[in-house]
Design a protein around this ligand. Sequence first.
Ligand SMILES: [Zn+2]
Length: 231
Amino acid sequence: MPEDWQTALAVVAHPDDLEYGASGAIARWTAQGKTVKYVLACRGEAGIDSMPPEEAGPVREREQIAGAAVVGVRTVEFLDHQDGMMTYGLPLRRDIAAAIRRHRPDLVISGNHRETFPGGFLNMADHKVVGLATIDAVRDAANRWVFRDLDLEPWGGVKHVAVAGSPQATHAVDITDTLDTAIASLREHASYLAALSGDMADAEGFLRRIAAMTGQRFGGRPAASFELLAM
Ligand SMILES: [Zn+2]
């Protein structure tokens, strides 16, 4: 994975999306002195079955900000689209393009927009629409005639989009030194994890297994993988 960049903007649908796989790479990059910022399309308010959205939104926002801080990310923004009901379209593209124009990153990290995750597990609607809208918004952000009403200078400096969790990964990052930090980052989502069952409730087991599985393709070291799209 190229590391000849200085600033990245990570755009995903929900709190916890970056912590389930990408945050080991992000911890490595911030430790190198790079700046990474997070933009979340929603506050994850529909993510806890036992907690109504009015309560869950603020809780998950706090947990996301804490999880980001663990991996050296100090800027976390929320676009306030509706959790579970996101649609691909101009409002979403416009909000993401505005964030790209404000932050002017070299690299954009997105969530998986493809139908499945590695291993064949079905992806979900919010991930697919936010992932696709993020890729399209990189182009939108660079075109001064698109979203003129934003009154923000165009930004065409994004060289790559790195798609996290893609079943078509092309690149990887060695996270040997940051896997523990990534686990600590996911553990900050304590209320969310407490309400989960199954293997995703086990932060450490899940992340170690994914890193080892990914590492099989990348020299046997624990790794986080990305599908790298040249822009
Ligand atoms: Zn998600």
